[in-house]
Design a protein around this ligand. Structure first.
Ligand code: SD4
Length: 292
């Protein structure tokens, strides 16, 4: 159950992302590089629905992206509501490393990207996103379909051989969100939290419900108090279930890792899985859930 080094990512696209991250970790690379380069694979995937510029748009037909990155020493950076940037995770890292701030949003984040020499992508929907959006416009019904439209954020947490931790999280957010809506993924403590003395956690699913309970921070604090990563994820889901404003339509999945390399995962309903890569194996694992 304990693996060091190791990398864990949400959902099945985490397999390809982990492969990239592992290539860095297994070559004694930096865990921060691993979690950045890993999720860039997902951001580059033209078939994605919920990560990167090829993802599904908001109600206005615009793709707006959220991302965050964090290290065990408390260094962190995020961007939200940013457009035309192929690798928001890299932009989040630049916020962390090159500014006195931790969080840039919207036009300011885009300006910073330009200043850093990052290319602006054309603002056109990918073919699958455009089809889906045109179909959605016929009814304009805002009800994300659990585990489908709401399904693909990548959160990645990793530990290297020396026990150093880092995490990353990147998304285009829930499909057909209101313009300007920001989810949990770029919010340090909600979609991602890392504390080198304890562990790391990340979240996927309906961000509103994760923000409400400070999901990732809660899990790390529970681990600090002695819970295993699995127990901490289960307790956080219990909290989310109790506080949910729309339990019928809510899915959340949590993934956690402690500094010993022990891991855990749990979700509200069945269907959440995560990818795991370590020296012994790489596989996709179905998480247990509150509802069976
Ligand atoms: C959000 N948490 O923006 C993201 C969406 C997501 O899997 O995780 N999808 O609320």
């Amino acid at each position: 159950k304990f693996f060091k080094p190791q990398v864990l990512s949400t959902w099945n696209h985490g397999m390809a992302a982990n492969t990239k991250a592992w290539s860095i970790l297994s070559a004694n690379g930096n865990v921060l590089d691993a979690v950045e380069e890993g999720v860039k694979v997902t951001e580059s995937d033209k078939n994605m629905y919920s990560v990167g510029i090829y993802g599904l748009p908001d109600r206005e037909g615009l793709v707006t992206l959220d991302a965050s990155i964090m290290k065990g020493d408390g260094s962190c950076g995020s961007v939200a509501f940013v457009r035309q940037i192929k690798h928001p995770i890299t932009l989040a890292r630049k916020v962390m490393e090159k500014t006195p701030h931790v969080f840039l949003v919207g036009e300011g984040a885009r300006q910073f990207a330009i200043q850093e020499g990052m290319p602006l992508e054309k603002e056109i929907l990918s073919p699958h996103a455009s089809n889906a959006y045109n179909k959605w416009k016929k009814t304009s019904n805002y009800k994300p379909i659990i585990n489908i439209e709401n399904h693909d954020t990548i959160g990645m947490i990793g530990i290297d051989a020396s026990g150093e931790l880092a995490g990353s999280c990147t998304t285009s957010g829930v499909a057909y969100k209101m313009h300007g809506r920001v989810g949990d993924s770029p919010i340090i403590g909600a979609g991602l939290f890392v504390d080198g003395e304890v562990g790391a956690a990340t979240a996927t699913g309906l961000g509103e419900e994760v923000i409400r309970i400070c999901g990732a921070f809660l899990i790390v604090e529970l681990m600090r108090q002695g819970r295993t990563p699995q127990e901490a994820c289960e307790e956080a889901v219990k909290r989310a279930v109790a506080k949910s404003k729309d339990l019928e339509n809510t899915q959340i999945g949590f993934l956690a890792l402690n500094r010993d390399g022990e891991f855990g995962a749990y979700s509200i309903r069945p269907g959440f899985n995560f990818a795991q890569h370590n020296q012994q194996y790489q596989k996709l694992v179905d998480a247990n859930s509150w509802f069976k």
